[in-house]
Ligand binder design. Structure first.
Ligand code: UDP
Ligand code: MG
Length: 322
C-alpha cells in the first residue's frame, strides 16, 4: 500500500489566542474520527500567525508541544489575511490544502466532505455559505451589491457567497502561489485559476471568541482591490461617459452657434454655465480618481516587494524570506 496522502489545514490567525486551542482540538478529533472510519490520511495543521499582539505565539508553541501535527509560522508583522494566506500556501506541505478561518466560523465538520470530493478528482472544493452568520443588514446589502458589480464587469466568474473556506489540490495551490501580486484579492484569484470546481454547503457559525478584525472601511478597501485587480471596466466606463458628454456638448455647441448666428444672443445664462462647469469638473475628477486607483496599483506592483516576511517557522528563525 502506498503511504497515506498528506492533508494540510491552513488557518491564518490574527489575535486568535482564545480560539486556536478549540480549533486544533476540533481538527484533531475530526482527523481521528476519519481514521476510525477507515479514511487514513496524514495531517498537518498549519497556523499562520499574522503578527498578533496577543499571546497567540505562546499558545501556538504550547499546541505544537502537545500535538506534532501542528506547525506554525510567525510572520514578522501584521500583513493582513491575504498576505498570511499566501505565506501559508508557500509553507503548506500537503497533497491538498484546506483553507479556513481560525475563529471557528467555518465548521470543521465540512472538511471530510471536501476531502471526499477532492478524492473524486476535483481541484477546488469550495464551501458555500448557507447563511452568513451574525452580520449587520448594511454589511449584507453592501456585499450583495458588490458581487453584482464584480460579476457584471469581470470575465472571471467570481462566485457569490463563497468565502475563503475551501480545499485546493496541490496544483491549484501552486497556481495560487504563482500569482505574487501584493494587493491580493484571494477570492477572485481562486476563480481566476480555473480547474474543476465543486461546491460543498456549510452553515456559518458565529465567531467563537474575539471580534472580527475587518471594519467596514477594511472591507471597502478589499472591495476596491477586488475590482481594480480584476477588471479595467471602471476606466472604460469613464471613457464612455467622457465620449457621451463630448457628443452631447458638441450637439449643443452647434445648436448655440446656429442660434447665435441667426437670431443673435442676449447674454445671460449664468446658471446654465455654472451647472455645466460643475458637472464637467465632477466628471473629470471622478475619471482622474479612477485612473489614480490604477496608477496606484501599478506603483505598488512595480516595486515587486515580497508579500510577507517570516519571523520563524515552528520556532526556528527564518533568515531569508523563503
Ligand atoms: N486574519 C488575519 N490577519 C488579519 C485579519 C484577520 O490573518 O489581519 C484572520 C483571522 O484570524 C481569521 C480570518 O483571518 O482567521 C478571518 O478574520 P475575521 O474573522 O476577523 O474576518 P470575518 O470572519 O469577519 O470576515
Ligand atoms: Mg470571522
Amino acid at each position: 500500500m502506498s503511504s497515506p496522502r498528506l492533508i494540510t489545514i491552513l488557518a491564518p490567525a490574527y489575535k486568535e489566542a482564545g480560539n486556536l486551542p478549540r480549533l486544533i482540538e476540533a481538527l484533531g478529533s475530526m482527523a481521528d474520527a476519519m481514521a476510525e472510519a477507515g479514511e487514513i490520511y496524514e495531517w498537518e495543521f498549519l497556523i499562520v500567525n499574522d503578527g498578533s499582539s496577543d499571546d497567540t505565539v505562546t499558545v501556538l508553541k504550547g499546541l505544537r508541544e502537545k500535538d506534532s501535527r501542528v506547525n506554525y509560522l510567525n510572520l514578522s508583522r501584521n500583513f493582513g489575511k491575504e498576505g498570511a494566506l499566501l505565506a501559508g500556501m508557500d509553507y503548506a506541505k500537503g497533497d491538498c490544502v484546506v483553507i479556513m478561518d481560525a475563529d471557528m466560523q467555518h465548521p470543521v465538520s465540512a472538511i471530510p466532505k471536501m476531502i471526499r470530493e477532492w478524492e473524486k478528482g476535483y481541484d477546488d472544493v469550495y464551501g458555500i455559505r448557507l447563511s452568513r452568520g451574525k452580520e449587520s443588514w448594511l454589511r449584507r446589502r453592501l456585499s450583495g451589491l458588490y458581487y453584482d458589480i464584480l460579476q457584471r464587469t469581470t470575465r472571471v466568474n467570481v462566485l457569490r457567497n463563497v468565502g475563503d473556506f475551501r480545499l485546493l489540490s496541490r496544483r491549484a495551490v501552486d497556481a495560487m502561489r504563482s500569482m505574487r501580486e501584493s494587493q491580493r484579492y484571494t477570492k477572485g484569484l481562486y476563480c481566476l485559476i480555473g480547474y474543476s470546481k465543486k461546491g460543498v454547503e456549510f452553515e456559518t457559525a458565529n465567531r467563537a471568541e474575539g471580534r472580527s478584525s475587518f471594519s467596514l472601511a477594511g472591507l471597502l478597501s478589499l472591495g476596491i482591490d477586488g475590482i481594480t485587480g480584476f477588471t479595467i471596466a471602471p476606466l472604460r466606463i469613464a471613457s464612455v461617459i467622457g465620449l457621451f458628454v463630448s457628443v452631447v456638448a458638441f450637439v449643443y455647441l452647434v445648436f448655440v452657434l446656429t442660434k447665435t448666428v441667426f437670431f443673435g444672443e442676449e447674454v445671460r445664462g449664468y446658471p446654465t454655465l455654472l451647472c455645466v462647469m460643475l458637472f464637467l469638473g465632477g466628471c473629470q475628477l471622478l475619471a482622474l480618481g479612477i485612473i489614480g486607483e490604477y496608477i496606484g496599483r501599478i506603483f505598488n506592483e512595480t516595486k515587486g516587494r515580497p508579500v510577507y516576511f517570516v519571523d520563524d517557522y515552528n520556532g526556528d528563525k527564518v533568515t531569508s524570506d523563503m
